[in-house]
Design a protein around this ligand. Sequence first.
Ligand SMILES: [Zn+2]
Length: 107
Amino acid sequence: MLFGKLTQKEAVVKRVVVASNKLQSTVRFEIDPETFANAFTQADEEGLDFIGLFHSHPAPARPSLIDLKYMKLWGDALWLILSSIDSSLAAYQMRDGKVREVTIRAE
Ligand SMILES: [Zn+2]
């Protein structure tokens, strides 16, 4: 889970919360609800916004069909995907039902 400052133009990640995969699967994931709730409470106390989710794929760094399904439910959340095949990293956001790639910048 990624938290930080979110504006219309930019998302700055300030804190990363690592959650284990409840499904213990390499192709699907589900975050433990308690880890999830705690992370949101802490972020709230720190004045940080929820930015999005980070996960890896044993496939190219593009949203899977399951990701697309969840992206619809997550509003403006950014989805950062790492490919474990070639270590490429990409970020996506769904807006008005359309997925667009988001530029990643390291500081
Ligand atoms: Zn995925």
